[in-house]
Design a protein around this ligand. Structure first.
Ligand SMILES: [Zn+2]
Length: 220
């Protein structure tokens, strides 16, 4: 645990920890424990749950040293404050946890889809045909600060404390639209549906293009 910009942050990778205990010479109990922690993070993301953390104080085992003695826990306490999963890489298992419910965490439909796809029960579902750059979506979500870039309404607050909006390609990828921040907007769910299905969606598209034109040209 470290302090970054006045915030208590924990960075790690339970999946990698589990792998390091797998195989001959590895401790099956530690493998299971790390695996369960990784599963718990995935479950929290899938089911939109806040995370509770038990903080251990004591002497931590040296990671990476197979002969190191087991950690000794002198004190163990449930943190009364919930934590936020600020980042989680579904491919590698790398995570960043931050203490408290972060008001600036923005979630879109693809974050939810991605977590559902990683669900073993749903893993055989086909994903979307077009690959979207997660960095573009992330910049757009930050740019919106949780407000619909069309109507200005704040997205709804999720159980986890995150703010929900949907990212939308103004010129669709299927029509050759670019996957850049100049073609992607964050919309409230109603305006997103309208952008696709409203009788005047063409007019809406033109208005969204105007919104994008007015953005700072310095953005990547
Ligand atoms: Zn809206």
């Amino acid at each position: 645990m470290v302090v970054e910009d006045g915030q208590i942050v924990e960075r790690g990778n339970f999946r990698a920890d589990a792998e390091s205990h797998r195989g001959p010479g590895g401790k099956a109990k530690w493998y299971e424990r790390a695996k369960k922690l990784d599963d718990a993070l995935q479950e929290a993301l899938r089911d939109n749950l806040p995370v509770r953390v038990i903080i251990n104080d004591g002497n931590r085992r040296k990671p990476g040293d197979p002969k190191a003695k087991a950690s000794v826990v002198l004190k163990r306490e449930l943190d009364p404050e919930p934590w936020t999963i600020a980042e989680y890489d579904w491919n590698t298992g790398a995570h960043v946890l931050k203490r408290g419910i972060l008001p600036t965490r923005f979630v879109d439909q693809f974050d939810i889809e991605q977590s559902e796809k990683a669900d073993p029960k749903k893993r055989d579902q086909r994903g979307s045909v077009f690959v979207r750059d997660p960095r573009v979506r992330s910049i757009v979500k930050e740019r919106s600060q949780g407000r619909c870039e069309y109507c200005g309404e704040l997205g709804f607050k999720m159980v986890s404390g995150a703010t929900y909006l949907e990212t939308h390609h103004v010129v669709p990828l299927s029509e050759g639209g670019a996957d850049t921040v100049f073609n992607v907007v964050a919309l409230c769910p109603v305006d997103h549906r309208k952008a696709h299905y409203s009788h005047d969606h063409i007019k809406l598209r033109e208005e969204l293009l105007k919104v994008l034109e007015q953005l700072e040209p310095s953005q990547p």
